[in-house]
Design a protein. Structure first.
Length: 198
């Protein structure tokens, strides 16, 4: 499945001064698990925002997403309601334009996105930080098999998916092969701008 990323800045200058933390990585890497733990750890900090993604597939218990129809999402795209949107695995995804207001207010926005939006996000946001969450191939395969979410397509296709890495080099990489709590603490330190690799 080809992916069509779009990130739309509302002004000619980069959006800031807050930070945009882009969490990326292959299917099965555990992004949603670590994001859920990080969100809970940051719950008392009103300057850290975890926006809900809009997705054109059924919501699941493992993700904090909002389900929308393809038609509704397309109308919102046409109206300019999204800060960014993209396609992956036969579905469309988007983040509300409201994140731009949070970033202009100096807050940190943390979002799970496709690697294909990184280049545009780096152009459109003054303080974009990319965190890659990954895992060894056998771990990815086992996690995807356990998930058994048929709406995401064939397991082999998800494992074989590639993205042009030249435009999406991460600032940080977390190899999520240990405990979720440990790696979530690494992610929280990155979000808070602290030393993360201790």
């Amino acid at each position: 499945m080809s992916e069509v990323p779009v990130a739309t800045a509302q002004h000619a200058t980069s959006i800031g001064p807050g930070r945009l933390i882009l969490v990326v990585g292959p299917s099965g890497a555990g992004k949603d698990t670590l994001l859920g733990l990080a969100k809970a750890a940051c719950a008392d900090d009103r300057d850290i925002v975890f926006p809900r993604r809009l997705i054109t597939r059924q919501a699941s218990a493992s993700e904090d997403n909002e389900e929308v129809s393809a038609e509704t999402l397309q109308r919102a795209v046409a109206a300019g309601d999204y800060a960014m949107h993209w396609e992956a695995h036969g579905h469309r995804y988007a983040l509300s334009r409201a994140i731009n207001d949070e970033i202009r207010a100096g807050r940190t926005v943390v979002a799970n996105v496709s690697r294909t939006v990184i280049a545009a996000a780096r152009r459109n946001y003054a303080n974009a930080v990319v965190v890659s969450i990954t895992a060894p191939p056998d771990v990815l395969a086992a996690r995807l098999a356990a998930r058994a979410r048929s709406s995401d397509g064939l397991l082999a296709q998800r494992l074989a998916r590639t993205v042009d890495e030249s435009a999406s080099i991460p600032d940080f990489t977390i190899v999520n092969s240990g405990t979720a709590d440990y790696h979530a603490r690494q992610l929280v330190r990155i979000i808070k701008g602290e030393r993360w690799d201790e």
